[in-house]
Design a binder for this molecule. Structure first.
Ligand code: FAD
Length: 307
């Protein structure tokens, strides 16, 4: 019930101003956002590495409104990659990007986003790592998949994300599995209409299993993006049935969510990557985390009221 309301608020400027200014917000934001700057995120990457975890780094931000902001997003990732190179952390850290932050929704946005993301993918490849294109709302996906295909011509390791709540995803998964892509499968975090997406958890979960089976039996590299204990167990079983070795797929979870499970899976010998978001434009990312678990909203409310 609350999830869709929070997701609607995630697109409201008025709510953005209200929530960003509320006392107590920062305390809750800090659970999900690893820091505001590259300097603050470096110790988080080092700590993850010490625990046997890998990371994928997201400089938060989306829905920008000018080409200058899109160029600034590109530069923020280039700065991050430069720091990873200096610190020799390239092999531990991948990048996750949202094409809306690279200008996808602006006029001529498809070309602009491709032009902005290409240097990031190139710089990542130069330090021995790679980039995954996050999946945003369904209206952006044809452009995202085309950009993914374009980038893979020069950088075949470039990954993309698919969402089990969308009806289209089973067909996308078959195509991507045959192409040998790196694919992160998630349930989906946006407010989508019933014309394009399953609305109930059991349907979304069942689709997740069907799609994961396709990915596991295919030619690509599946990345299981979920905190759901049932899906994690099913993922392990599907990998076993497909004869995959431990380094032929990976688990991914979000920073700040089920952290003990990150360590447990890594200790079992699984490749475990923590999606680590940082930066100052955290509002959209934070609101999706609230929407996923309404109990977070209670925690948030308490934190604001006790300040
Ligand atoms: P759920 O059934 O929602 O959660 C299972 C359990 O995990 C819950 O019972 C709870 O204990 C815990 N949990 C889950 N979410 C939270 C939370 N916010 N706070 C506290 N506990 C929680 N979505 C996109 O649309 N596009 C993307 O590109 C994308 N990238 C992602 C990358 C990664 C690595 C992950 C893990 C998720 C990503 N998502 C993305 C979000 C995803 O779509 C889901 O919204 C999110 O993962 C919650 O679904 P779940 O599979 O964890 O299962």
């Amino acid at each position: 019930m609350l999830g869709p309301v929070i997701l609607a608020a995630s697109r409201s400027d008025k709510m953005r101003r209200f929530i960003s200014a509320a006392p107590g917000t920062k305390q809750v934001v800090d659970r999900f956002i690893a820091g505001e700057s590259v300097d603050q995120v470096v110790p988080v990457i080092e700590d993850a590495a010490a625990k046997g975890l890998e990371v994928t780094l997201d400089v938060v931000g989306e829905d920008i409104t000018t080409p200058e902001q899109a160029a600034a997003a590109r530069d923020a990732y280039l700065e991050l990659i430069g720091r990873l190179e200096e610190l020799g952390l390239g092999a531990r850290a991948e990048m996750s990007v949202k094409l809306s932050m690279f200008g996808q929704a602006l006029e001529g946005g498809h070309e602009l986003a491709l032009a902005n993301v290409r240097p990031v993918v190139e710089a990542a490849a130069a330090i021995g790592t790679t980039v995954t294109l996050d999946a945003e709302d369904h209206t952006t996906l044809d452009s995202m998949f085309t950009i993914h295909e374009e980038l893979r011509k020069d950088f075949p390791q470039t990954g993309c994300v698919i969402q089990s709540y969308l009806f289209r995803t089973e067909a996308d998964a078959r195509r991507l599995a045959a192409e040998g892509s790196r694919v992160r499968l998630v349930k989906g975090a946006y407010k989508e209409p019933a014309s394009v997406a399953y609305q109930s958890k059991p349907e979304i979960d069942k689709a997740y299993v069907r799609i994961l089976k396709t990915l596991m039996q295919g030619e690509g590299y599946p990345m299981i993006g979920s905190h759901d204990p049932r899906l994690i167990a099913i993922g392990q079983e599907l990998a076993r049935q497909a004869g995959r070795k431990l380094d032929e797929y990976e688990f991914q979870m979000l920073y700040g969510i089920r952290s003990e499970e990150h360590v447990r899976l890594a200790a079992e010998g699984h490749r475990m990557r923590v999606y680590t978001a940082y930066g100052t434009d955290w509002y959209g990312y934070f609101m999706r985390r609230l929407a996923e678990k309404p109990a977070n909203l209670l925690f948030f409310g308490r934190s604001v009221l006790t300040k």
